[in-house]
Design a protein around this ligand. Structure first.
Ligand SMILES: C[S@@+](CC[C@H](N)C(=O)[O-])C[C@H]1O[C@@H](n2cnc3c(N)ncnc32)[C@H](O)[C@@H]1O
Length: 222
């Protein structure tokens, strides 16, 4: 049977391909990249949750001391490993972000969940993901996600169409693809505020164009 995780197939790469991005999402990606490059310049260590095809591993390796990428799609772990095999300060492991305590053996200064990685995880695992982040990330987590509005939904629908994904239904800010192959979620800011505060993070937000928002959690525990 075909995998129901779109990122376990080549098809999953379409959503990581700039050529498929409508204008609003191109702007979101460009502002996201500039934001992360600026804020992670000179960082000691970084955990990239949902590293996908490794674009940030490659982009940030020259400015960050050490990076660990984690992804639960084995297919993309292999793509990332190939892309970074000449970068000695980058490592990539296969695993689920809800299991950080069994995957990690040391803490990291920062973590990123870029390009709506958070919206690719079912909400049931979010409490475990945020609990793990509060234990394993010393300073700050950077979560980039979609804003919730009709205009952003229109951009998202253009993206899925360009990627060749067929949308089965839309439920609020959640888009369910045909055959249950993928569900892409987006959440309002107060959803993150609760998750962050209940795990001892304070929150700041920054707009990433009209489509995206960077949610920054500052760990109050360390
Ligand atoms: C939209 S892609 C973003 C990829 C990358 N962060 C980027 O900015 O190009 C989302 C990624 O999150 C990964 N992912 C989703 N749920 C995950 C989980 N529970 N644990 C680890 N990775 C996960 C997917 O396999 C996919 O590679």
């Amino acid at each position: 049977m075909e995998s129901t995780n779109i990122y376990e197939q080549e098809k999953g790469l379409a959503v990581l391909d700039y050529q498929n991005y409508p204008e609003g999402i191109q702007e979101y990606m460009a502002v996201e990249e500039a934001f992360l490059l600026k804020h992670l310049q000179g960082a000691k260590s970084l955990l990239e949750i949902g590293c996908g095809d490794g674009r940030y591993l490659e982009m940030l390796a020259p400015v960050v001391g050490e990076i660990l990428g984690i992804d639960y799609a084995e297919y993309l772990v292999n793509v990332s490993r190939k892309r970074t095999n000449n970068l000695p300060n980058v490592d990539v492991i296969h695993g689920n972000a809800k299991d950080l305590s069994s995957l990690l053996s040391k803490t990291y200064q920062f973590a990123t969940l870029a390009w709506n990685t958070i919206g690719n995880m079912p909400p049931e695992i979010h409490p475990d993901v945020f609990r793990g982040l509060s234990q394993w990330v010393e300073e700050r987590i950077f979560i980039s996600t979609y804003q919730c509005s009709d205009a952003v939904m229109q951009e998202r629908l253009k993206l899925y169409k360009n990627c060749g994904y067929k949308v089965n239904s839309i439920n609020g800010n959640k888009v369910i693809m045909e055959d249950g192959q993928h569900t892409a979620y987006a959440y309002p800011i107060n959803y993150f505020q609760e998750l962050l505060e209940s795990n001892h993070f304070s929150m700041e937000t920054y707009d990433l164009g009209f489509c995206g928002v960077m949610i920054v959690g500052n760990n109050q525990n360390f």
